[in-house]
Design a protein around this ligand. Sequence first.
Ligand code: 13P
Length: 247
Amino acid sequence: MVQPTPLIAGNWKMNGLRASLPEARAIADGCAGSRARVAICPPSLLIHEMCEELAGTSVLVGGQDAHWETSGAFTGEISAQMLADAGARLVILGHSERRAGCGETDAIVARKAQAALAAGLEPIVCVGETLEQRQAGEALAVVTGQVRGSLPAELAGRAFSVAYEPVWAIGTGLTPTTAEIEEMHRAIRATLTELFGPASDTAPILYGGSVKPANAAEILYAAEVGGALVGGASLKADDFLGIIRAL
Ligand code: 13P
């Protein structure tokens, strides 16, 4: 079976100012030679300048969300085409903070993924169960349902990744056991194969939620884990590099 190239992406969320650009530079300098693809997804306003800062390095820059339309009367929104125009190569879609806070449904996430592909961006589609859903024994059904609903058919043969981020593990310091991560990632892989066939074996399945240098190796070497989507620990070069170097 083809192994996906690992992807380790930092999601800066609503953190970072122009003064943070040297941190991105330090990440790029420190991860040269990594066998993972490394990406930083800063707030949209920083994308253009970060691309300039990281020109000539291997670090990719990505967005954290994109609208499903290319342009129009959508006050405050940013399109996938605009992200690409600013230099982004990837885009996070369907993060649980947007699903919960902005009412994004699977169908909306799927439309956004179509728009991202049309703009030439590589989607990182996020899925994950809440604590209540896990405690009710629904985690596998919820997450595989999100995969089916959020990934449009157009992803077949295209570069993309899925990020499994249990909502209860985000920013809490809690993580699932390695066995729970492997069980979920295997279920996601089986769903991807069902939807897109063996060509989707190259799509990495990232884990996200309280990844830090101390737990990175165990998570990154778990079965079917093809990288990580890192929040808080991606803001500081030393921490993010500690995760990248665990691979
Ligand atoms: P933390 O790494 O801060 O838990 O955040 C994870 C996340 O939401 C990445 O998208």
